[in-house]
Ligand binder design. Structure first.
Ligand SMILES: O=C(CO)[C@H](O)[C@H](O)COP(=O)(O)O
Length: 231
């Protein structure tokens, strides 16, 4: 049986077929995105000409270490393709992202791209989003008020569950943009669009990890093959 690492690498290798010379690439965050970055770096070494925009400081550092040419979204605000992992994807390619804490930049970069291609292994596919706790990036100011307002918004949709402040050891986890993350264990999310709107209506919510209508394609690595899903 293929290991998780092998599946991530298979998805990363399959993603290379979608990368062509001269592309401006959004580059995702997480272990699957890192598997892609490593195979991309080999191609760049062999002469592929691309320029990347990272979705996190961690990705930026790895890409630079591997000599992938990098730019910022300020200098390159329109990208051809973003390749990124996901924590969950459903049949309509709606995603939960942010397990690695990079959801805000990931969403900005994906939205600035003509295409978003998700890379994942089969374990990430679900019927209904929500088994993975939904990351919600919030401003530190008034965080208790924001916490309560999120609970109220979720209650209004019939969703309830724990909201947990993400930590690194004893300290709150701080995102690359200086915010906090609440991980929301709502369970099944039958109407992700309604939850997205409700969360965006809460002052203090900077962004959430529901990626809706952004990904039109995914490469999902299973034991025998990598499936190319489209919507
Ligand atoms: O959204 C993300 C980071 O914010 C990642 O894409 C997501 O957490 C999946 O990570 P991995 O490939 O390590 O399972």
């Amino acid at each position: 049986m293929a290991s998780a690492e092998e599946l991530k690498r298979a998805a990363g290798e399959a993603a290379l077929d979608h990368v062509t010379d001269g592309m401006c690439l959004g580059i995702g965050t997480g272990s699957t995105a890192e598997a892609f970055i490593r195979v991309l770096a080999d191609k760049v070494q062999a002469g592929l000409n691309v320029i990347g925009v990272a979705t996190s400081e961690r990705t930026e550092k790895l890409c630079r270490e591997l000599s992938i040419p990098m730019a910022t979204l300020e200098t390159l605000p329109q990208l051809d393709l973003t390749i990124d992992g996901a924590d969950e994807l459903d049949g309509a390619l709606r995603l939960i992202k942010g397990g690695g804490g990079a959801l805000l930049r990931e969403k900005i970069v994906a939205a600035a791209s003509k295409r978003m291609l998700v890379i994942a292994d089969e374990s990430k596919t679900v019927e209904t989003l929500g088994a993975f706790p939904l990351p919600i990036e919030i401003n530190g100011f008034g965080m208790v008020a924001t916490y309560l307002a999120i609970q109220e918004a979720a209650d209004g949709l019939g969703l309830s569950g724990e909201l947990t402040l993400r930590r690194t050891g004893e300290d709150p986890f701080i995102t690359d943009s200086g915010h906090l993350i609440l991980d929301a264990s709502f369970g099944r999310i039958p109407d992700p669009e309604a939850l997205s709107r409700a969360l965006h209506d809460v002052p203090g919510v900077v962004e959430h990890g529901l990626f809706l209508g952004l990904a039109k394609e995914a490469l999902v690595a299973g034991a025998d093959t990598v499936r190319h899903l489209t919507v």
